[in-house]
Structures are given as structure tokens and as C-alpha cells.
Design a protein around this ligand. Structure first.
Ligand code: PEP
Ligand code: MG
Length: 593
């Protein structure tokens, strides 16, 4: 903890304290001097026409800029600090994007067709791609359009020859303030120099914030006007937990935040000391606590935070930043990497969950009026067995290298289970004939996230090895609340009595039929929910890796007997608020309430 002597005093008396709000992207508090970096991206691009005889030269200029951008990224990858080495996969994605047909070929085509300069053609292509992304309501996918902006800014920088601040070369201990930081910028952060960062743009699910969380550097993103309001050398406080930024803090505010910072660090140290201990209740019930990942490189974070395996590998993200579908070998390599790194621990690979709120360019689907109820997940896969087979083959091949479970999303009828199993058997037969290494003796599970699956759970349990409850969608489909709609977000709560009863029904069926019931929706990752989940009898929880230590700690503080007794009362409650109040009344002191 290095606050430095110069932060014992508030800024000049004439400076009034200013508070800004953004997205708390990476928890923790830091206090320091602001350092503004000119990472604005390229906003103004001139358009000019290229005569026919100069078109080839313009295309060459574009190709040279892309080559320089690739070389620059390669050199960043080679020189990243060890702490972020595992995230170079993101930069590799940027290199792939630089050469992506959708971007590279289309820009060349636009230069030729419209006879315009390379910068203008590229900006036009990128704007079109971004419009496509903006129509997606899933925030994670939406933020992938930031990756495209970062990549095109990098090319344009070479085209117009603009200078850039090299974050890796900052030699003062500061808080970075920027309009935007690309994952490549964030990966160059030297932990002994940069205390935290603030950006005008960005959101919680961006790769930049993933890197901030991995580095455990406090960060507030999406502030909107930070670069306009903050000046170089201003004293600022970042609270990455609440998303608050304070400029020119008063002496009193400084004192309060120093105390908060100490408390936060002590608590984090306490949690992480226990992160590798078993998640065992005081009366001896042990639970597996797993991590959710979207990209293979997040595996290390699961291990670092004490995860016992991967409870949900959302494979759709590998289909995202491209206009075609990934091939079998490419998928197999990624899955095998994850499976091998996890060693004997289980890796639950969920098959493609695209469309709905995760439409991708390569799905080529027609516009759906109601995509959440449309050709999503297993429905899409069964309609496109060519794409599904490719993924199933890659999964069965990866299963030869470790402990794999397969998980099928959005099951709403028994037919879908049977059709999927039929395809799996066909795929296994063909791998057998081809003499390829594979393993078909893997656990077969279904996501319970559609009300019909809850009601039919007893029937489905007979043809399934495990259930995994996806509360994100189960709440959406049960309460008729679009999970991406801000207007109804206040109604979205896992403690709605209907949701609790549904989960109870599923765990009861699991016990009766002898199959395990897991949970991988967001409900599993909040320590406040732990007494309820223990009481309901969930066998395994899976969550974002950073939540693992706190959830494990909560489990170790409870008795399952108390939770079982408590859930009987909780299930009698008739409103969400009554359930919340009961949790607070029964376990409040554990959450500091
Ligand atoms: C869920 O619906 O709870 C879930 C885990 O899946 P996703 O968030 O990917 O839809
Ligand atoms: Mg879901």
C-alpha cells in the first residue's frame, strides 16, 4: 500500500471536490495523481478520392499499415509482463481481426469500388460492423465491438502516422486517465507504476476490464467525461467496487477512503488466504466451487482463485469475431488446452448458445421478431447439424485428454435431448471409423433454464447425467423479463418466490432420481445467496472466477443444517422482498448488515 506523503494533503483549497460515476470494473481503492494519456482513438478521418492509376498504391499503403500493426502487436505480446502473459490470447485475437476478411478484404474492396483513401474505407467498414454489433443486446458481445475499434485505430495510426503514448514507458506512480484503453494498452501496465485507471468509454464485460481484474488493479470504466474533467496531476480517488471517482478530495474524504482502502485490502487478503481451502460447511458438507469462462485464457484465473474446475465454458465466444465458422481442429485445440490445463478437474463444455441475444454474423439467420424465443442455442444447433457436428466432434476428441462434461443449453423438450444424443453417437461412430482419439463416455448434462425443463425435470433426469441451472435465463423466461431490458431490470431477482420454488423442485427431482444438480447462472456467484443455495441443496456452484474466494468463505461460515431449516421458512415467503428480509434477519451479521 503506497499512498505517498504527498497524498496526506488535499488539493489546493480553491479546488472543489468533484464526484464522477462510472462502471466499477475492477474492485479496490487507489489514491494518487492523475496522468492523462492521449488514447483517444481516431475520431476524425479525412476522405479523399484516389485516381484509378493510384489505387494499387493506396491498397499497398493499407497492407503496409496492417503489417506494421501486426508487427507492433507481436512485439507487445513478446514483451508483456508475466502477470498478463495468459491474456495475450486477446492480442492474438486482435492480430486475427487485423487479417479478418470482414475487415481486411472489405476495406480493400471499398478502396477499389469507391476509389477512396484507405483510412476512410477502413472507417466505413468498421462503422458498418459496429452497427451490426450495436443491435446485439448482450453486453459482453456488444463490447467486442470495442476490439474492432482498437484494431482499426491501430491501423489508422500507421496510415496517418500519429504518435502514441507508450504506457509501458510511464515511469511515475500514477493513475491513468484515458478516453479508452485497448486490451493491448492495459496489458502493458507496469504494476509498480500504474495504481489504477479510469476511462471515458467501456463497460464491465470488456477485455480491458477483464485484464484489470486479472491484474487486480482498481478500475472505473465508462465514466463519460473523465478526460474532460480531470487534469494532469490532480489528486484523485478511484473506488473500483462502487464505480466512484473523486477529484480533488477534501481532507475528510481522503481520510475516509484511506480507511476503506485498508479495510478492502485486509478483507481481500483474508479471502485469498482461504481460497484454496475446501468449501466445507461448519457441519462437514463439502461443495465443489467451479469457474465460468468465456475464453480459454481465463482458465488460469479459475485456478488462481481456488476453483475446483470449469462449471461452464461458454463456447459461443469463439464464433464471434469472424464471418465464418471455426473448424473442428481449431475448436479441438482450444478445448484440449483448457482440458489439459485443468488437469484432472472437470471441464464442462457447453455447446453453442448463439442467437437470442447473441446473434453472430456467421449465423446468417433471418431477422427474428422475438429472438429470445427464437432459433437459439440447441434449437439452432439441431437445425444446423453440420455446425453442431463439428463442435461435438471437437468436444469428444478433447475429452480423450482429460475430464470433460458436455452441457446442452436451452433444452425445452425431451426430443432435443434425444436428437442431441443421436448426433453425439453418430459423431462418435465416425471418429471411431476414422481412427481418431476420442472419448464418448463423458457426463451428459442439460441446462435447466426454460420453465418446461423444470416441469419435465423428472422425465429429463432419466436421460441425463446432471442438471445445471442457468438462473440468468430461468429468471428471464419464468418471470417474462428480458434480461437485457433496463426498464424491467428492477423486477429481475433470483429470490422471486417462483424462482426459489422452481429450483427446489429441480433439486428434489435430482435427489429422487439420483442425479446431481449444479448452478452456473449469476445467482451462484453472490455470497449473499449462499444460505439459500445451501438450503435448496445445490450440489455444485459455478461463477466468475473472482467471486470464488468470497463464496467459498461464506460456505465455510455456515452450517448446512441451519440453511436447510432456514429454507423451509424462506419458501413460505410470498414476495421477493420478504425473502431478502428473511436472509438479512437470519444471516445479516455475516454480510455486515
Ligand atoms: C444462464 O442462463 O444462467 C447461463 C448461465 O447461461 P447464459 O448466461 O450464457 O445464457
Ligand atoms: Mg442461459
Amino acid at each position: 500500500m503506497d499512498l505517498g506523503n504527498n497524498f496526506n494533503m488535499p488539493d489546493n483549497e480553491t479546488n472543489e471536490e468533484i464526484k464522477l460515476n462510472g462502471v466499477g470494473a475492477s474492485p479496490g481503492i487507489c489514491i494518487g495523481k492523475a496522468y492523462l494519456v492521449d488514447k483517444e482513438g481516431v475520431e476524425v478521418v479525412e476522405k479523399y478520392f484516389i485516381s484509378g492509376k493510384n489505387l494499387d498504391g493506396e491498397i499497398k499503403r493499407f497492407k503496409a499499415a496492417v503489417k506494421n500493426a501486426v508487427n507492433e502487436l507481436r512485439s507487445i505480446i513478446e514483451n508483456v509482463p508475466d502477470e498478463v502473459r495468459r491474456h495475450t490470447g486477446i492480442l492474438e485475437t486482435h492480430i486475427a481481426l487485423l487479417k479478418d476478411k470482414m475487415l481486411y478484404d472489405k476495406t480493400i474492396e471499398t478502396i477499389k469500388k469507391e476509389r477512396v483513401n484507405a483510412e476512410w474505407a477502413l472507417k466505413k467498414v468498421v462503422d458498418d460492423i459496429k452497427v451490426m454489433f450495436q443491435n446485439i443486446s448482450d453486453s459482453y458481445l456488444k463490447e467486442r465491438s470495442d476490439d474492432i475499434t482498437h484494431v482499426s485505430d491501430r491501423i489508422i495510426k500507421f496510415l496517418i502516422g500519429s504518435e502514441d503514448v507508450n504506457i509501458g514507458e510511464i515511469d511515475k506512480r500514477v493513475i491513468l486517465v484515458a478516453k479508452d484503453l485497448s486490451p493491448a494498452d492495459a496489458s502493458q501496465i507496469q504494476l509498480d507504476k500504474i495504481m489504477g485507471f479510469i476511462t471515458d468509454r467501456g463497460g464491465k464485460a470488456s477485455h480491458t476490464s477483464i485484464i484489470a481484474r486479472t491484474l487486480e488493479v482498481p478500475a472505473v470504466l465508462g465514466v463519460g467525461n473523465a478526460t474532460k474533467t480531470i487534469n494532469n496531476d490532480d489528486t484523485i480517488i478511484i473506488d473500483g467496487t462502487t464505480g466512484v471517482v473523486i477529484i480533488h478530495p477534501s481532507g475528510q474524504t481522503l481520510g475516509e477512503y484511506k480507511k476503506l482502502k485498508t479495510r478492502h485490502e485486509e478483507h481481500k487478503a483474508y479471502l485469498s488466504r482461504g481460497s484454496h481451502l475446501k468449501a466445507e460447511t461448519l457441519d462437514g458438507l463439502s461443495l465443489q466451487i467451479m469457474g465460468n469462462i468465456e475464453l480459454p485464457e481465463e482458465v488460469v484465473s479459475v485456478l488462481d482463485h481456488g476453483g475446483d474446475g470449469i462449471g461452464l465454458y461458454r463456447t459461443e465466444f469463439q464464433y464471434l469475431t469472424r464471418s465464418d465458422f471455426p473448424g473442428e481442429d481449431e475448436l479441438f485445440d482450444k478445448y484440449k488446452d483448457v482440458v489439459e490445463v485443468m488437469g484432472p478437474r472437470p471441464v464442462t463444455i457447453r455447446t453453442l448458445d448463439i442467437n437470442g441475444d447473441k446473434a453472430i454474423s456467421s449465423s446468417n439467420g433471418s431477422e427474428e421478431a422475438n429472438p429470445a424465443l427464437g432459433l437459439r442455442a440447441i434449437r439452432y444447433c439441431l437445425k444446423r447439424p453440420d455446425i453442431f457436428r463439428t463442435q461435438l466432434r471437437a468436444i469428444l476428441r478433447a475429452a480423450a485428454f482429460g475430464n470433460v462434461r458436455i452441457l446442452i443449453p436451452m433444452i425445452s423438450s425431451l426430443d432435443e435431448i434425444r436428437d442431441t444424443k443421436k448426433l453425439l453417437n453418430e459423431v462418435a461412430d465416425s471418429l471411431e471409423k476414422e481412427g481418431k482419439a476420442y472419448n464418448k463416455n463423458i457426463e451428459f448434462g442439460i441446462m435447466i433454464e426454460v420453465p418446461s425443463a423444470v416441469i419435465m425435470a423428472d422425465v429429463m433426469a432419466q436421460e441425463t447425467d446432471f442438471f445445471s441451472i442457468g438462473t440468468n435465463d430461468l429468471i428471464q423466461y419464468t418471470l417474462a423479463i428480458d434480461r437485457g431490458n433496463r426498464e424491467v431490470a428492477h423486477l429481475y431477482h433470483p429470490f422471486h418466490p417462483a424462482i426459489l420454488r422452481m429450483i427446489k423442485h429441480v433439486t428434489d427431482v435430482g435427489k429422487e432420481k439420483g442425479i446431481k444438480v449444479f448452478m452456473c447462472g449469476e445467482m451462484a456467484g453472490d455470497p449473499f445467496n449462499v444460505p439459500v443455495l445451501l438450503g435448496l441443496g445445490i450440489d455444485e456452484l459455478s461463477m466468475n472466477p473472482q467471486s470464488i474466494p468470497a463464496v467459498k468463505n461464506m460456505i465455510r461460515s455456515l452450517k448446512v443444517e441451519d440453511a436447510r431449516h432456514f429454507i423451509k421458512e424462506a419458501l413460505k415467503q410470498t414476495t421477493t422482498m420478504d425473502v431478502i428480509k428473511l436472509v438479512e434477519a437470519s444471516f445479516g451479521e455475516m454480510f455486515g448488515k
